[in-house]
Write a protein that binds this ligand. Structure first.
Ligand code: PMT
Length: 411
């Protein structure tokens, strides 16, 4: 239910903030992507380092980074999120939300959020019972905010009563219920408005992802570190916009994205055949796989036995799939490549852009922390014949959205 969902977790100044780490971990383990916004006071209760570690994303507190002036856009955050969950929500923050006060990033993002919003209140029993808090909560409910009721029990003050933030697993259950309800509404609105189209409806795309496996003998192979995450994120982003997507996937350990046809392959040769066969029916292709450039000349039928001395394996070149599709590309088709570099990054990427007849290339460098293989983030530049756009560190699913935006500009 939460797989691939974008959730902003807002944390306000409350002792219950210690539970936010567990809550965040539960959301991430359920497959959600979580970005955390903290109020300045929340940092006194739980450290940004803890929350950055469990969310796998940098923490947002201020409107901009004072070191380099980089702007934390509340508008973009509001657009990114499928749900804004504020847990714990203090009486102070709920009062500001109810009246539209926007004096920190958590609150400006609330005013910009187009998604569902939920709050899990946490405070002392008298504050919770106070007529002002109850009035503010009633206002929030009327504004469409979901209230995840606090529990009763021992409070930080030593008193016993209602005001304890709901337990993390109960908040996750409430979040799942909110998504289930909104999916039902979306289905109902699709039935009511069948003519409402997504931007890539009717378009077909081929995406390659993951690592190829080049067998040496029945036991050993040559491969690389690609997990498939980047390519799967691109396939998912295209499918979300209504495209029909065929994902030609090398070996990965990740789940198949929703609504995507997956063709599993192992070697570069198998990937080549699967892509070349299908390309003519496509409106575009995104070549994200890390394909072996060389494969053993001969695959031993029995396990190679070790001898006394060293050994060497003769390798031959594989076919370049992207270059082959580039040579077959017809008017109107968009071809996107990736470049994984470790030196002379821009120069090498620009060479591949031309040699493979790509419309644009996504450059990622292993020299940059947070970029490339395996992790959930990437740092890329989108390069075409006219311009180079550098994107900051972001999740692979956000990178995928930028790639799909650029693809749309070529269609
Ligand atoms: O899978 P992840 O762990 O998420 O990691 C993502 C990634 C690092 C694998 C991805 O972001 C990436 O950079 N993929 C391309 C890796 C690569 O092989 O780059 P390259 O510079 O060697 O190849 C250039 C382009 O030609 C790529 O689009 C590649 O798919 C394509 N190619 C390469 C060789 C070949 N025989 N056929 C090809 O189509």
């Amino acid at each position: 239910m939460l797989k691939g969902k974008h959730i902003i977790l807002g944390i306000t100044g409350s002792i219950a903030a210690y539970k936010s780490a567990v809550l965040c971990r539960l959301l991430v383990s359920a497959g959600a992507e979580v970005k955390v916004i903290m109020t300045p006071l929340a940092k006194q209760f739980i450290t940004p380092l803890t929350m950055a570690t469990v969310s796998k994303n940098p923490i947002l507190v201020d409107f901009f980074n004072p070191e380099n002036g980089e702007w934390n856009s509340h508008v973009k955050l509001g657009e990114w999120a499928d749900l804004y969950l504020i847990a714990p929500a203090s009486a102070n923050t709920m009062a500001k939300m109810a009246t539209g006060v926007a004096d920190n990033l958590l609150l400006t993002t609330y005013l910009s959020a187009r998604c569902a919003v939920a709050v899990a209140p946490a405070m002392d029993l008298d504050m919770y019972a106070h007529v002002a808090t109850q009035r503010n909560m009633a206002q929030l409910k009327q504004d469409g905010v979901h209230i995840i009721e606090p529990g009763s029990g021992f409070l930080a003050s030593g008193l016993i009563g209602k005001g304890r933030m709901a337990e993390p697993q109960d908040i996750v259950a409430a979040v799942e219920a909110i998504f289930a309800q909104s999916e039902k509404c979306a289905e109902a609105s699709e039935i009511e408005n069948p003519e409402k189209k997504k931007s890539l409806e009717g378009k077909r795309f081929l995406v390659t992802a993951g690592a190829t496996i080049e067998p040496i003998d029945p036991v050993r192979f040559i491969s690389n570190h690609s997990s498939g995450k980047m390519g799967y994120a691109v396939a998912e982003a295209l499918a979300k916009r209504g495209a029909e997507v065929t994902l030609v996937s090398g070996r990965t350990a990740i789940d198949k994205p929703q609504g995507v046809e997956v063709v599993n392959v192992l070697s570069a040769e198998e990937m080549y055949k699967a892509c070349v066969e299908r390309f003519s029916e496509m409106d575009g292709a995104v070549m994200c796989a890390a394909v072996a450039d060389y494969t053993p000349q001969v695959v031993a039928t029995e396990k190679l036995k070790k001898g006394e001395g060293d050994m060497s394996i003769a390798l031959k070149r594989t076919k370049d799939i992207a270059a082959e599709l580039g040579s077959k590309k017809r008017e109107g088709q968009v071809l996107v490549g990736f470049a994984m570099e470790t030196e002379n990054e821009e120069q090498n990427a620009a060479g591949k852009l031309v040699r493979k007849n790509l419309d644009f290339i996504v450059l990622n460098s292993l020299r940059r922390e947070g970029a490339g293989f395996r992790g959930d983030t990437n740092i890329v530049s989108l390069i075409d014949s006219r311009e180079k756009v550098d994107l900051p560190l972001m999740s692979k699913s956000d990178v995928a959205e930028h790639i799909v935006d650029k693809i749309e500009s070529f269609l």
